[in-house]
Design a protein around this ligand. Structure first.
Ligand code: NAP
Ligand code: GCO
Ligand code: CA
Length: 269
């Protein structure tokens, strides 16, 4: 009997590491992977957040594996990957999700603050990818998904470090594709639009008079879908890029933005 095409979207038997996935986008992606059969492994910087994450996964019926690890610390990352391989299994799917942002005008941002954003949002995906690729080569397959951004394509005031990091992450994605495609490793990116998570909460805060934050209204006007995205909006694209359904897709950044990148913005009435 012909294999049912939908089997290509199954993640049965796969070990997925999603970095920084106690909550937010990473948590949303990991829960979808689990529903497709993957074993979920995640990390966070603080034990209390790992514990909170484990409880949140359990509430969804998911027995996740959580570890404390700062993704910018190469020694800690190498030790984490070795520990995961021993305790859970060789990593089949890596989502470089952990990320920070600092919204500071460039002339007021210190070099140390700039470096900190580059460290988490660009250096860490390099470090974690470098740690998992050997195991993927040995296994004969692997999926790496880098969480890029609108800022991989567009700038805006106050996010110079973040945009530089996410632009670099797009090119790191293409480079991993170029260097490891022959080992049946696919490296792609997801570029979320504006997603309602703790990271963007300051941009959506109600004003003292109860009105919407100006940035909130701005983004809704810049998005053809006329709404903020949710982590759930990213689940289908992430499962696609993590599954056999995308084995010939490599070096792509898939924008999941409700149409922002295609749209000049609402015309005046
Ligand atoms: P979030 O709510 O701030 O969550 C970020 C996660 O990364 C947190 O669990 C955080 O842990 C963890 N993290 C930060 N630094 C870390 C480190 N050094 N080591 C390990 N974990 C670390 O962010 P989000 O909105 O879910 O975003 C997740 C990813 O999507 C980020 O890469 C972000 O740039 C990207 N993104 C977000 C949006 C959006 O609109 N929300 C759009 C495009 C792209 P702590 O809580 O301990 O800091
Ligand atoms: C910001 C937002 C954005 C989103 C996302 C858009 O301050 O502009 O935080 O950067 O997080 O990256 O794709
Ligand atoms: Ca945070």
């Amino acid at each position: 009997m012909e294999k049912n095409f939908l089997q290509n979207f199954s993640l049965e038997g796969k070990v997925a590491l999603v970095t920084g996935a106690s909550y937010g986008i990473g948590f949303g992606i990991a829960t979808a992977f689990a529903q497709c059969g993957a074993t979920i492994v995640f990390n966070d910087i603080k034990q209390e957040l790992v514990d909170k994450g484990l409880a949140a996964y359990k509430e969804k019926g998911i027995e996740a594996h959580g570890y404390v690890c700062d993704v910018t610390d190469e020694a800690a990352v190498n030790a984490l990957v070795a520990r995961i391989e021993k305790e859970v299994g060789v990593i089949d799917i890596l989502v470089n999700n952990a990320g920070i942002i600092k919204r500071i005008p460039m002339t007021e941002m210190s070099a140390a603050e700039f470096r900190q954003v580059i460290d988490v949002d660009l250096n860490a995906p390099f470090i974690v990818s470098k740690a998992v690729i050997p195991g993927m080569i040995k296994k004969g397959h692997g999926k790496i998904i880098n969480i890029c951004s609108m800022m991989s394509e567009l700038g805006r005031e106050t996010v110079s470090a973040y945009a530089a990091a996410k632009g670099g992450l797009k090119m790191l994605t293409r480079n991993i594709c170029s260097e490891y495609g022959e080992y049946n490793i696919q490296c792609n990116g997801i570029g979320p639009g504006y997603i309602a998570t703790p990271q963007t909460a300051p941009l959506r805060e109600r004003q003292p008079d109860g009105s919407r934050h100006p940035f909130d209204s701005f983004i809704v006007a810049k998005t053809p879908a006329a709404r903020w995205g949710t982590p759930e909006d990213l689940q289908g694209p992430a499962v696609f890029l993590a599954s056999d359904a995308s084995n010939f897709v490599n070096g792509l950044v898939l924008y999941v933005d409700g149409g922002i990148l295609a749209y000049i913005g609402k015309q005046p009435k």
